[in-house]
Design a protein around this ligand. Structure first.
Ligand code: ASP
Ligand code: MG
Length: 416
């Protein structure tokens, strides 16, 4: 069996859904299909949950946008005005939830609301496939993907999930299953999410448990490129990568695959294919076990909107391991991801994504025991397999805030 994962862009409108159906139709064997929310729906859901949580009057407006976006897609896929009942039921369920007052736990409420993006999209695709004679079984992944209760960043309970997934996706009477990415649930059936862009990870979890021949991620690019084509006009496709190379790339911020995706596949040596839904016959990129040395060209990863925070002890003492512990704890508590660390005698430098939570709050917590200085609006460039020329080109005419090179990776923090 195989696992296919379709992201938001691959189901962003009715034509895209039809295209997905064609790709599924071509593959005539046991298949699990993992699908994200349609287009940019998750962003819309984030505004919806924020509005609801802050009790402002954009709630019904945003809900209506969510509903009309999907209704219009249904109008094109089915007879006009005949939105499937399963989809209507989800609209009502969400509307009822939004009529109530949220609890004080934002992360909890976030997961309960945002997940409707995936539930609705999978229902629409599943119903459409059925109407196109592609008989399938719609699975509520929350019934088998069990997690802890760290809402918005839940960890998988592998032992439970393995049993439930094997039981649910048993291929006894079915050849095609449609399930949501990104979602899970606690043992007491509260919806959780695996973190933004988590659907790739869902596909890898299912691939691992079901011992898939391979997992394919269908994207709007020909495969993994050696740079972001929006920034780098001459970016080229990479034919083949090792798991290790792919994990380094995605961890540094390459948007192509969620960093957590690689481990479950690596552990069972299951190949990951990154393919274009525009040209499904083309090879794409294969990420797999590589026993030989790959000759890799430089790979460029750019992360915008970075903040450099420099933290020093108030009394001019050295940075100790206890200090590092305390600092990292504060950052972690604020759910901020550290992209780079560099230390000198009395400075501890960290580079982070501009925090969604208040930067001032983080700085305030740090300032209790330390002096914290910061710069915003920086860009972090990562170059795998760098050479002197490419680094020179990147640095040219820019102010360098920090530079760090290891064996294979160069990192440059710059102001444009
Ligand atoms: N829909 C979710 C997101 O946009 C999960 C995913 O697409 O992987 O983050
Ligand atoms: Mg996505």
């Amino acid at each position: 069996m195989k696992v296919f994962k379709f992201g938001g862009a691959s189901v962003k409108n009715a034509d895209a859904v039809r295209n997905v159906a064609e790709i599924i139709n071509e593959y005539n064997n046991n298949l699990v299909v993992v699908i994200s929310a349609m287009g940019k729906t998750t962003n819309l859901m984030e505004s919806l949950v924020k509005a609801w949580f802050n009790n402002d009057n954009e709630v019904s407006e945003t809900f209506n946008l969510f509903k009309s976006f999907h209704t219009e897609i249904c109008d094109e896929l089915f007879n006009e005005g005949e939105t499937p009942k399963t989809v209507e039921a989800l609209f009502s369920e969400l509307e009822n939830r939004l009529d109530k007052t949220p609890s004080f736990d934002f992360n909890f409420e976030y997961d309960q609301v945002v997940g409707f993006g995936e539930l609705v999209s999978t229902r629409i695709v599943s119903e459409y496939l059925n109407s196109a004679e592609l008989k399938n079984s719609w699975i509520d992944i929350r019934t088998c993907l069990r997690t802890d209760d760290k809402f918005r960043d839940a960890s998988v309970n592998w032992a439970m999930t393995e049993k439930l997934v094997r039981h649910t996706f048993n291929f006894k009477n079915e050849r095609l299953y449609i399930a949501q990415g990104f979602l899970g649930s606690t043992t007491s059936n509260l919806t959780t999410t695996l973190g933004r862009e988590g659907s790739d990870f869902t596909a890898a979890i299912l691939g691992n448990i079901l011992n898939a021949d391979d997992v394919s991620i269908w994207k709007d690019v020909p495969g993994v490129l050696n740079g972001d084509p929006k920034i780098m006009k001459d970016a080229v496709k990479i034919e083949e990568l090792s798991y290790r190379e792919a994990i380094e790339m995605s961890y540094s911020g390459a948007q192509i695959i969620h960093p957590k995706t690689m481990k479950p596949l690596h552990n069972k040596k299951i190949p990951l294919l990154v393919k274009s839904f525009f040209s499904p016959k083309d090879n794409g990129t294969i990420i797999h076990k590589v026993d030989y040395k790959l000759q890799l060209q430089p790979v460029f990863i750019v992360k915008e909107n970075q903040v450099l925070i420099t933290i020093s002890p108030i009394d001019f003492s050295f940075i100790s391991i206890e200090d590092i512990n305390a600092i990292v704890n504060i950052i972690h508590k604020n759910r901020i991801k550290i992209n780079l660390i560099q230390q000198s005698a009395i400075d501890f430098n960290i580079v982070v994504d501009f925090p969604e939570t208040d930067l001032d709050l983080v700085l305030e917590s740090l300032s209790v025991n330390y002096i914290a200085r910061y710069n915003t609006g920086l860009t972090l460039h990562t170059v795998r397999h760098f050479n002197a020329e490419v680094l020179y080109e990147i640095k040219k005419d820019k102010k360098i805030y920090l530079e760090q090179n290891s064996r294979r990776t160069a990192r440059l923090l710059l102001k444009q």
